[in-house]
Design a protein around this ligand. Sequence first.
Ligand SMILES: [Zn+2]
Length: 120
Amino acid sequence: MSNREMLKYLGSCHCGAVRFEIETDFPELTTCDCSICRRKNALMVRVHESKFRLLSGSDALSQYQFHSKTARHFFCKVCGIYPFHRKRVTPDLLGVNVFCLDGFDPAGIPVREMAGSLMD
Ligand SMILES: [Zn+2]
């Protein structure tokens, strides 16, 4: 049980073209060993789409898809940063790159390793 509050966080890519807002209490963070996450080396938090708002940059986002082409991996086409993706199995959930969030400190939050490679 998380004792963190539901808080809003602002997130952005490196160049600032893509800006978004999420609301979460950070129950856990996840890593993933699938072929793309391994390369991104991202630490992610899962957020329902109702708790996610894209503030700007829909024109700067490029979408990358592979394999079953249901997951949608987004990156900024200006600076190349991966800010978030839509999940394959649960497309109403987003995986958000926590290092894109302003003022976020991962200390003390449990990290779960997902075996995404099994579903790659
Ligand atoms: Zn950018």
